[in-house]
Design a protein around this ligand. Sequence first.
Ligand code: MSP
Length: 511
Amino acid sequence: MKKNYYITTPIYYPSAKPHMGHAYSSIIADFFARFKRIQGYKVFFLTGTDEHGQKIERAAKEQKKNPQEFCDEISKSFKDLTKILNLSNDDFIRTTEIRHKKAATNIWKILEKKGEIYLSKYSGWYSVSDEAFYSEDEIEEVNGVKQSLSSGSKVEWVEEESYFFKLSKWQKPLLEFYSKNPDFILPISRKNEVLSFVRSGLKDLSVSRKSFKWGIQVPNNKDHVMYVWLDALTNYLSAINYPDEGNINFKNFWPADLHIIGKDILRFHAVYWPAFLLAAGINPPKKVYGHGWILSGDQKMSKSKGNILDPIEIIESYGLDPLRYYLIKEVSFGNDGNISKDKLENCINSDLANNFGNLCQRVISFSEKNTDLMTANEISFIDDDISILSIYEKNFNRIIKYIDNQDINSYINFIVEQLFAANKYFNDQEPWNKKKNILRLNTIVYTTLELIRKVTILLYPIIPDTSLKVMSIFNTSDIKLETIINNEYIKKNTKLKKIDILFKKIEKNVN
Ligand code: MSP
C-alpha cells in the first residue's frame, strides 16, 4: 500500500486579499492532510498562488504597480493566511518562481514535440475574471452586457493568433479514463456535469495569448505567453520537482491523491488537466473533489458584489478553531453553504462549549475534587464501560472510509454522537454518588478520560490547537489515530494536568 499522500488546494489568484472562500478550500485540505498524517501517512500538502495572466496584469495596472511587485504583496497575504489558519502545508508555490516556470516550459515542450499543439487563430469570447474561453452557447446578454452563463462574469471578444491544444482528440481517452477511475471526480453530482460536457464533444483549446505579456513565454515564440490555466495547473508538478521525474518527491507523491477545489474550477481540473497529462505521457491525479461555495447572503462571495467575509476578522472575534470547526461541520461538504455569525455563535455554544468543552471541564474538575487529578492504580471495567469504549474499535474502519471517500459529514456526525454519548455516560454513571465505591468512581473517571482522549484525536484534524491543549491533560502531544483503539493508552497512576476553559460561551442578545 502506498503510504504517501499528496493533497493540494487550488492556487489562488493574488488579485485581491484572501476571503472566506479561499480560507474554506484551504481548511478543508488541511483537515485531510492532518488526518492522513495521524493515520501514519507521509503527507505532502501544497498550496500557493497563481500569479500570471490578464486578470492579474489588469489588477496590477489599476493600482499602478508592476505585476511582479503587485503579486509579491498580495501573495504574501495568502502566505500569511496559511499561518493564521494554522495550515500544515509543506510548501507554498508561486507560479512566478523559476522552479515553476521550468516545469511549465517543460510540459509545453513535450506537448509540442508530441504534436499535441499547433498554431492557429482564436476568435471567440473570453472572461478575464474567470480566465476562461466560452462558446456562444455558454454566454448570455444581460442589460446589454455579454456574460458567462455559469459564472456571471463579463466576457469580451478576442481575436488573435494562438496555439491550440488538441483537446478534441482526447475526448474518447478521457471518457475511458473516467470509466476506469470512477472516483476521479467527486461528488457524483459534479461528475455527471463533467461527463455530459465531455460527451457533448470537445473543441481544441486555445493555450496561448498574444495580446499581453504577463505570463510564461512560449518556448521558441516570444510573441506568445502560455494560457494561464496550462501554466497554473502545472504547479502541482513543479512543487514536487518535476521535470526531474527521478526525484524522490516526484516518485513518492505523483500522481496526486486529492486535488481539493471549488466547483467553479472543475472543468479545468477534471477535463483539461487530465487531458494535458495524458497527452504528455504523465499519469493523471487520482481524485478531484469539487466542493460547494461559501455563500454570503445567498450569493457567492466576490469583490464585485461587495459581500466578502473576512476570515481574519472572524478569527479575531471568535478564534481560529471555532471557525475551522464551523466551516468543516456546518457547510455540508460538497454543497453550497450560507454562513453567518449567528450560526457560528450557535455552533460554538452548542457543540464546542456545551458538548466538548463542558465534558472536559466537568471530568477534570471532578477528578480534581475526588481523585486528586490522578488516574487510579486499579481499574475494573463493567459492561457499560467496555461497550462505550469499544465503539471506536467497532467503527475504526468506517472512520477511515469516511475520510477516503471525503465524507466529512459522516465523520463529524460520528464525533458529535460520541461527544453526546460520553456526556451521557458520565451523567448516567453518576460518579458523584459512588464516593463509597472508590474503585467504581475511579473507573468511571478513567473511562470518561479515555473517551475524551479518543474523541480528541478525531477532533485533531478539525481543531488542532484545541486538541493539543486537551491532550496536554494527559501530558502528551503525540497524536496517532491507531491509539484510539488501544484501551490501555492512558497509563494508570498518571498525573493529569488542568487546562483553561476551552471555549467561552457567547452571550446572545435575545430581542
Ligand atoms: N487561480 C485559480 C485556480 C488555479 S488552480 C490550478 C482560481 N483562483 S481563485 O482565487 O479564484 O479561487 C480558487 C478557489 O477558491 C476556488 O476554486 C474555490 O476553491 C475557492 N473559492 C473562492 N471563492 C469561494 C467561495 N465563495 N466559496 C468557496 N470557495 C471559493 O480559480
